[in-house]
Structures are given as structure tokens and as C-alpha cells.
Design a protein around this ligand. Structure first.
Ligand code: MLT
Length: 309
């Protein structure tokens, strides 16, 4: 009988609004991507999708909550490279296991990382930046979205390449961190492109380089780290949708289909591309492909990152 009821529920799903947990502050990259994609998904599913920003501990507070939520398809989460991979080695007491406690739904966007600075930060280009932060490592500070966030992990990687340990300034997301960068309250940040494009175009911050092999069409004037003299720094994050473990395969399939349809929509595509996102290829949009990505990313970050103390 239980299985019969579950199947019937999956067939009518969704009958009420869905909550999408975003583990960072409103206005940041994960929030912006979630709002663009779920706006279209809500039309397909015929119910509203309410974004709930739950902040703290580099996204792990929200992800713990999502792992413990009812697995009925009405609470989902947009996680990312931090919450569902890098947090594993950084938090030895992490209250969830990305691979065991979630049903992967769909990859939503790849997000190249940029090295950004406040507008009046002295270095003019990446070479000067490297010299400057090495010479002033005790004085400069790097904003991030909490231990285990993409911005934290990306700058950790940069700092390990440069062999420096500057002070980190944590925020509840790179939305507020970007406001502080624009206001000149912090020196620099390694952030996802989605958050950076509007500010770079408005001339309110500096962009030294994008940490990908190619320049991004949304920022044709920003050099790659290789062009700018630091080829070792390569970083691209990703944002993806998950449900609590045990959510029925029929519900996962229905949410996945809505996400895939959103990624094929011209308006959604245009907005994601304008913000520099990399739209996943069709073969990368399945729950299985996301499960593999999470597994590979945990394996990639585990030997690199050490627990915070
Ligand atoms: C956000 O939405 O604020 C982020 O994805 C932050 C981060 O992980 O750096």
C-alpha cells in the first residue's frame, strides 16, 4: 500500500509550492542561478518554487537542513562545489554526506572563477597582484563566503600556489562580500563569474584574470590566468540541484525534466550566458552525471584541502 501511495503521489506531484533552499545570501551566484532556473521550472511544474536563503558555515548549515528535510519533493536545495564536495575534507564533523544523503537531480551551471579586487587596490594587473600580495601577505585580506564555500576554496588554491596565508574575511555569501568589495572594505576575492560580470561591466571593481583555459564571451577583455602569467591557477565551480535521500525516482525525474527544459529555454540560456555561466551539455544534465561529478569532485578536493581549525 505504501508503495502504491508513493507512486500515486509522484504522478500528481507537485500539488503545492516547492521550497528551494539556497545555502547563501540573496543576490550571490547560487541565489541568482537558482532564481533564473526555478523561475522557468515553476511554469513547467505548475507550482511556485520559493527560494529560501539559509546562511551560515560556508553553506553547510543549509545543506544539513536539506539532508534532514522530508523526502517528499517539496524541499530541494541548490548545492555547489563547496557544499557537496570541498566541505567534506574541510569539515571532519560534517553532519551530512553528499553522496549518501542526497538524490542528485541536475547540474545547472558551470561557474568560472575570477580574481577580483576593490577598484583602488594598488596592483594594476595579475603580475603586480602576485608581487603585491606576496610582499604584503600580512596586511591584505581576501573576502569569502565561509569555510568550504567556492570563494574560500578557490582563494585557498590561489594562496597555496603563491605560498601565502592572508587573512580571510567571511561573509554569508559572495553577494554581501561583493558589496564589501565594491565599498572598498575588503581587498580581493576569488569569486564565481555570475556575481562578477555586472560589477566588472559597471566598473565598480577590478578583474585581474579568469581562471579558465579560454576567455569568457561575457568578459572578452579579461585575460585568462595563463595569459596574465599565472597558468597554474585554474578553477571553475558548479551549481546543481539535489533532493533529500529517498525522494522517489519519479519525483527526481520530474524535477530533472523541468530543470533540463529550463536550460533549453532561450531566455534562461541568454540570462545564464550573459552572466558568464557555462550551460551543461545534455549528457551532463542527468542525475547519474551529477552523481559522478560529486564523487569525482570529492576525490579531487580531499587530498588538497585540510580541515579548518
Ligand atoms: C554564493 O552564492 O554566495 C556562493 O556560491 C558563495 C561561494 O560559495 O563562494
Amino acid at each position: 500500500l505504501g508503495a502504491f501511495i508513493a507512486t500515486a503521489e509522484a504522478q500528481t506531484y507537485p500539488t503545492r509550492s516547492i521550497t528551494m533552499i539556497v545555502p547563501f545570501a540573496a543576490g550571490g551566484p547560487t541565489d541568482v542561478i537558482s532564481r533564473i532556473v526555478t523561475g522557468h521550472m515553476a511554469q513547467t511544474l505548475g507550482q511556485s518554487i520559493i527560494i529560501e536563503n539559509v546562511v551560515g558555515a560556508g553553506g553547510t548549515t543549509a545543506t544539513t537542513r536539506a539532508a534532514r528535510a522530508a523526502n517528499d519533493g517539496y524541499t530541494l536545495i541548490t548545492g555547489h562545489m563547496g557544499t557537496h564536495a570541498a566541505s567534506v575534507p574541510l569539515y571532519p564533523k560534517l553532519a551530512y554526506q553528499p553522496e549518501k544523503d542526497f538524490e542528485p537531480i541536475a547540474l545547472l551551471a558551470g561557474t568560472p572563477i575570477l580574481i577580483l579586487a576593490r577598484k583602488d587596490f594598488p596592483p594594476k594587473d595579475l603580475k603586480e597582484f602576485v608581487t603585491y600580495v606576496k610582499a604584503n601577505a600580512e596586511k591584505v585580506n581576501a573576502a569569502h563566503a565561509g569555510v568550504g564555500s567556492v570563494s574560500h576554496v578557490s582563494c585557498e588554491l590561489l594562496h597555496s600556489i603563491l605560498d601565502i596565508k592572508p587573512v580571510g574575511v567571511p561573509f554569508n555569501g559572495t553577494g554581501p562580500a561583493m558589496n564589501a568589495l565594491v565599498a572598498g572594505q575588503v581587498d580581493y576575492m576569488c569569486d564565481q563569474i555570475v556575481n562578477a560580470v555586472p560589477q566588472i561591466n559597471a566598473g565598480t571593481i577590478k578583474a585581474y584574470a579568469i581562471a579558465t583555459a579560454e576567455r569568457n564571451p561575457s568578459l572578452p577583455n579579461v585575460p585568462t590566468t595563463a595569459e596574465a602569467g599565472l597558468p597554474a591557477f585554474q578553477a571553475q565551480a558548479w551549481n546543481a540541484m539535489f533532493a533529500p535521500k529517498g525522494t522517489s525516482p519519479a519525483i527526481v525525474a520530474s524535477v530533472n525534466a523541468a530543470a533540463v527544459k529550463a536550460l533549453d529555454d532561450e531566455t534562461v540560456k541568454k540570462r545564464l550566458l550573459e552572466l558568464g555561466s557555462v550551460i551543461p551539455a545534455p549528457k551532463d544534465r542527468t542525475p547519474e552525471a551529477l552523481a559522478t561529478l560529486v564523487k569525482n569532485e570529492i576525490a579531487k578536493w580531499s587530498p588538497v584541502l585540510k580541515p579548518a581549525n
